[in-house]
Design a binder for this molecule. Structure first.
Ligand code: NAI
Length: 338
């Protein structure tokens, strides 16, 4: 890179490159959209992750500034910045994991689908770069509408001949994080002890929390079920309205993204029993993509779990979710195909 601030010291680089060869595992991670509201705290948290040896920060604006800032943190990962399309290839080459929070966020009154026009093109361009420069990387796609951007990414990879459905994961972790928090509040528990599976997709009624499968096993009144389902489905809008035009969830999203990325890296390392929810290629329903709990391993997603027993309320919710989800998936697919 031309900017000296974006160049790490050779000693640090040597250290980073040694890792993974007999020493502690070190993975190479790129964040695309690293200067944004999500990107900045996400970059900071990934710099703190001991599984990361090299961290590439790419954006079309302000990447040198964010890189210089984060590179002063005295943690192990070596940070490099990349600015603009002509540096995309260098940003991506050799990466094990690529996290994508690039694109515009919602403002009050907007649905995630309203972002399609702008974000679809951004995701297509970035995925073309991945297909060219790091086709074996695991991709964590955050850019909304996730229900359409994941199908877009899949189509781009298919066109390039690099598509591996096990390596493309739409990030729905924030729905799980919110569900754990809100359910813990109702149950009077520590959120760290609560696990709520959230399936379907990542927008409104497609977000389907399975309250009948909460761990620890819990029962809810009809009133609590309706309140919790509605709050989990509209948690994003709660933040968009509170921020009143300044964007959508960024800090909780960065936290959720790191929680999910860390699970992917632990899977890559070979840890057993790593399971999280994600929006992935799926045979759980008749739809080609669906969010459910998946097992993460050395090859990315290694198993997609079925839905398990649903109650009547969840069965009705599932039908509603599938109806909307089908259209959003189709919209993404035809964006690339036409
Ligand atoms: P932001 O506007 O603060 O940041 C977006 C960043 O992307 C900016 O730095 C911008 O320069 C960059 N960018 C734009 N075009 C780019 C390109 N072609 N290549 C690389 N970078 C590019 O937005 P924020 O708040 O960080 O949100 C980012 C995305 O994440 C939005 O689409 C938002 O809807 C989505 N999101 C997803 C969530 C999820 O649960 N999956 C939750 C919250 C937000």
């Amino acid at each position: 890179p031309p900017n000296p601030q974006m160049e790490e010291s050779s000693a640090a680089l040597k250290r980073a490159n040694c890792r993974g060869k007999g020493g502690a595992p070190g993975f190479k991670v790129a964040i695309l959209g690293a200067a944004g509201g999500i990107g900045q705290p996400l970059a900071m948290l990934m710099k703190m992750n001991p599984l990361v040896s090299i961290l590439h920060l790419y954006d079309v604006v302000n990447a040198p500034g964010v890189t210089a800032d984060i590179s002063h943190m005295d943690t192990g990962a070596v940070v490099r910045g990349f600015l603009g399309q002509q540096q995309l290839e260098a940003a991506l080459t050799g990466m094990d994991l690529v996290i994508i929070p690039a694109g515009v966020p919602r403002k009050p009154g907007m649905t995630r689908d309203d972002l399609f026009k702008i974000n679809a093109g951004i995701v297509r361009t970035l995925c073309e770069g991945i297909a060219k420069s790091c086709p074996r990387a695991i991709v964590n796609l955050i850019s909304n509408p996730v229900n359409s951007t994941v199908p877009i990414a899949a189509e781009v990879f298919k066109k390039a001949g690099t598509y591996d459905p096990n390596r493309l994961l739409g990030v729905t972790m924030l729905d799980v994080v919110r569900a754990n928090t809100f359910v813990a509040e109702v149950l009077g528990l520590d959120p760290r002890d609560v696990d709520v599976p959230v399936v379907g997709g990542h927008a409104g009624v497609t977000i389907l929390p399975l309250l009948s499968q909460v761990k620890p096993p819990s029962s809810f009144t009809q009133e609590e079920t309706i309140y919790l389902t509605d709050r989990i489905q509209n948690g994003g809008t709660e933040v968009v309205e509170a921020k009143a035009g300044a964007g959508s969830a960024t800090l909780s999203m960065a936290y959720a993204a790191v929680k999910f990325a860390d699970a992917c890296l632990r899977g890559l390392r070979g840890d057993a029993g790593v399971e999280e929810c994600a929006f992935v290629a799926s045979q759980v329903t008749e739809l080609p993509f669906f969010a459910s709990k998946v097992r993460l391993g050395r090859n990315g997603m290694e198993e997609v779990y079925g839905l398990g027993p649903l109650n009547e309320y969840e069965r009705i919710g599932l039908e509603k979710a599938k109806k909307e989800l089908g259209g959003s998936i189709e919209k993404g697919v035809s964006f690339v195909r036409s």
